[in-house]
Ligand binder design. Structure first.
Ligand code: GUN
Length: 287
């Protein structure tokens, strides 16, 4: 008989640092072949949260040996000028990944910008072609947040084959690609969203729950099957202004076998997977 354990924390900081050490090692090997992975990070405007994310992305590059080019533009930058800049980066051999931080100012169409990035350099994995590659099982770039969630699940050592996974949220950047990755790992996948009448009905049957809504307490203990794995993608603030996820962590921790905290779970993994994608873009270009 195996005994079930509850409330094991999946440490995204520790897993990130392991993966980043591996990235740094692979970069040393690539540099020995004369190639340094390069990431262009573009920020348009003054959104304070974006400024923090971008700073952390550039720092991640610095820490692992990725060459980063950070370009910051005024909020008045025209869409045409941004597209011209992306076209130049698409053909710059020192740049293997291009990331345009979202959201963009209202006068710039994000879809046009995302589609302008060369698929070979789409390290965010947001473009239609990358999404199509993911859906059809081809080796494109996986969006960083769901890719990081998969690594967190993998780190529990539990095989997803035949397991029931429930994703709450259907965004193009997290929910939908998350469902595709879980499917690729042979899970049976259910996607719940704002029009699902009783989310708990589905999550109570789930071996894995990924909460990616952007609202506090979307998942509470009564909605979780004992022994399930719970991955919390949310980044919210509670009434005291403290960072919290979509999951009622204290309650769910007592029921779940494994759970990611916020902060310190999915968050650090997103940037780590961006570094992994950038390295892979450079490795592919070096072949
Ligand atoms: N804004 C918030 N998260 C992301 C991300 O992962 N990539 C980009 N490009 N913009 C974001």
């Amino acid at each position: 008989m195996t005994t079930q354990t509850f409330g094991q924390i999946i440490d995204g900081v520790a897993l990130s640092s392991q993966l980043r050490a591996d990235v740094a090692q692979r970069i040393v090997a690539l540099k020995a072949r004369g190639v340094t992975p390069g990431l262009a990070v573009i920020l348009v405007g003054e959104d304070p949260a974006s400024a923090v994310y971008v700073r952390n992305k550039v720092k991640g590059c610095l820490d692992t040996g990725v060459h980063s080019v950070f370009e910051k533009y005024e909020a008045t930058l025209t869409e045409a000028d941004l597209l011209t800049r992306i076209a130049a980066l698409n053909v710059d051999p020192s740049i293997h990944g291009i990331l345009v931080q979202m959201p963009l100012p209202k006068h710039i169409d994000p879809l046009k910008v995302i589609e302008a990035i060369s698929t070979a350099k789409d390290v965010d994995g947001f473009a239609t072609l990358s999404a199509g590659e993911l859906m059809t099982g081809q080796a494109g770039f996986r969006p960083c947040t769901p890719y990081g969630c998969m690594k967190l699940i993998e780190s529990t050592g539990i095989d997803l084959r035949g397991k029931h996974a429930v994703v709450i949220g259907r965004s193009n950047t997290v929910g939908k690609p998350m469902a595709m990755l879980l499917l690729q790992a042979n899970a049976t996948v259910t996607v719940c969203h704002s029009a699902t009448p009783d989310i708990g009905f589905h999550t109570r049957q789930a071996d894995v729950v990924v909460a990616a809504v952007g609202k506090r307490n979307v998942l509470t203990a009564d909605m979780v099957k004992p022994g399930a794995i719970v991955i919390d993608v949310g980044m919210n603030r509670n009434d005291e202004g403290k960072l919290c996820g979509d999951v009622d962590f204290a309650g769910v921790k007592a029921v779940a076998s494994h759970i990611t905290p916020v902060p310190g779970g999915v968050g650090p993994m997103t940037i780590t997977m961006l570094l992994v994608n950038t390295l892979e873009a450079a490795e592919r270009a070096a072949i």
